[in-house]
Design a protein around this ligand. Structure first.
Ligand code: CTP
Length: 490
């Protein structure tokens, strides 16, 4: 077997090898082998100056951590081909998490996707175009106007020739630019010019993520139909920083891409599922109503997650300020009685998930005209009557779906109340959540917020899930429903 003789290398290369080997805790021979392997695997293209080579090799051989090119490419059970024929335009923003974009490119390519990359100038401070180009096996686009560039295909073509645009890491700046329609560099111009779906994987300091401006921009982007994955909570790359702002892991981003491109597994195809979501509004007169703080975020996320798994989802939604989920048939209602009628008309179904915060009472006679203040008469007295319990009605219905799931929003005695609801309402599962301000979930609590911590209560017992985003709760619940329905034959 041939051996590597370090002694024969020239001094500059030897010095570079020595430093990289020490940093990666390898022998110089092992480090040389890793680098040669990377070159053979086409990850290092033609390279020029020694400092460029060093930056490239550093990114390719150390930053991957455990997944060095040599070991990663020996990859064992990678689901190849799931993205075969798909074209992804990856926009890399400037942040420490940019190094994870290298791994993302590799993961996408091993699944068969063609990856074209646009890098902002800030991104080039963190990773080189050389290593990005070597991994994507394509030219890397950086300039809005580059008349000398033989590869200049123009921002319109760049943005249209992809099936999906992915921004990873999505910095606060890139989010702000798109939310406000700015187009002053290639990345922002491509984003404004596209007619394709866009997925953002934000990564930033937790304080920047929590800033009202970033929250506002995110809400605007979501309203505009931009999808998000993460950020996650945890340790940041910067020392002594922890919180929400860490970019989602490359494999999580891949899963979101597969879901958006509709290429993931579809275990719920052929299953009809009803979901209720949002609050109900119970009129007092034509201009006033009784309502609650439900935003519909959790219910809508569940409907979307079920649709991604292939279900035929019928969402009955009360009045909410969020968009109808993609791929779902949405019926809009206002009052509890309308919600009940809509749900009953949708029966029979394989499963029903009752997430709506239905008003328990309504005003017995809502006035036909606006109630006026009459001097000396004092405030009107409203007589309340109970609304139909939609979940209980379906739980005991002659056409009861095989799987009936309710929610229990409680501010005290969470488990006792959830168990009582399970029995009383004829449900198979109750997803119990503490909606008190003291729940410690998210800055704005569960109601209206983006995070949730739930417990799954069934006859078999209680299973606690950790705090996660409402999208993650939805994905996990959808997977649980798919699992349960496997055992229910139609
Ligand atoms: N629910 C329903 N129809 C109602 C009230 C509740 O379908 N009129 C459903 C909710 O969608 C949820 C479950 O029942 O899945 C529990 O709702 P919750 O508001 O927690 O309980 P309530 O039955 O209203 O009891 P309480 O308000 O006393 O806690």
């Amino acid at each position: 077997m041939a051996s590597i003789t370090i002694r024969n290398l020239d001094d500059e290369v030897k010095e570079l090898l020595r430093r990289l080997a020490a940093e990666n805790d390898r022998s110089m021979e092992e480090q040389a082998r890793v680098m040669i392997r990377a070159a053979v695997d086409g990850q290092i293209g033609p390279v020029g100056r020694i400092d460029q080579i060093e930056k490239t090799l550093r990114e390719l051989t150390s930053v991957h951590g455990a997944a060095t090119p040599a070991t990663a490419l020996a990859g064992k059970s990678v689901p190849r081909g799931s993205l075969s024929g798909k074209r992804i335009l990856l926009i890399i923003g400037g942040g420490i998490a940019a190094y994870k974009a290298l791994d993302l490119i590799r993961r996408l390519r091993e699944r068969g996707a063609a990856v074209r990359v646009v890098m902002t100038s800030a991104a080039q401070e963190f990773v080189t175009t050389l290593s990005v180009g070597a991994l994507s096996a394509d030219h890397v686009f950086t300039e809005l106007f580059d008349r000398n560039d033989e590869h200049d295909v123009g921002h319109i073509r760049l943005s249209r020739e992809a099936d999906l645009l992915v921004v990873a890491p999505a910095t606060a700046d890139l989010m702000a630019k798109l939310a406000n329609g700015h187009a002053n560099d290639l990345a922002s111009t491509v984003l404004v010019a596209t007619d394709k779906p866009v997925l953002m994987a934000p990564a930033m300091n937790p304080r920047m993520w929590a800033h009202p401006a970033t929250r506002r921009n995110r809400a605007t982007l979501q309203k505009d139909g931009i999808s998000f994955i993460g950020p996650a909570k945890g340790e940041m790359a910067e020392s002594n920083e922890a919180g929400e702002g860490r970019m989602a892991e490359p494999l999580e981003i891949v899963a979101a891409i597969e879901a958006l491109l509709d290429v993931g597994p579809r275990p719920l195809s052929g299953r009809k599922i009803i979901v209720t979501s949002g609050p109900t509004h119970e009129p007092i007169d034509p201009v006033r109503y009784i309502a609650n703080r439900s935003s519909g975020k959790q219910g809508h996320a569940i409907a979307a997650a079920l649709a991604r798994l292939g279900a035929d989802v019928h969402l009955v939604s009360g009045p909410v300020g969020i968009a109808d989920p993609a791929g779902v048939k949405t019926i809009h209602v206002e009052r509890a009685q309308e919600m009940r009628d809509a749900v009953e008309q949708l029966l029979p179904a394989d499963a029903a998930v009752f997430v709506a915060a239905v008003a328990d009472w309504r005003s017995e006679n809502s006035a036909g005209e606006k109630i006026k203040k009459v001097a000396g008469e004092g405030p009107p007295v409203l007589r309340m009557v109970e609304n139909p319990d939609i979940l209980a009605g379906v739980g005991h219905h002659s056409q009861r779906p095989g799987l009936v799931i309710g929610f229990a929003a409680e501010t005290q005695n969470l488990l006792r109340n959830a168990e009582a609801k399970l029995k009383k309402k004829g449900a198979d599962l109750i997803v119990a959540n503490d909606v008190s301000q003291a729940s410690g979930v998210g800055p704005s609590g569960v109601m209206g917020g983006d995070r949730n911590r739930v417990r799954i209560v069934s006859k078999a017992g209680v299973e606690g899930w950790p705090e996660m985003s409402k999208d993650e709760v939805a994905a996990r619940l959808a997977a649980l429903i798919a699992e349960r329905l496997k055992t229910i034959v139609v």
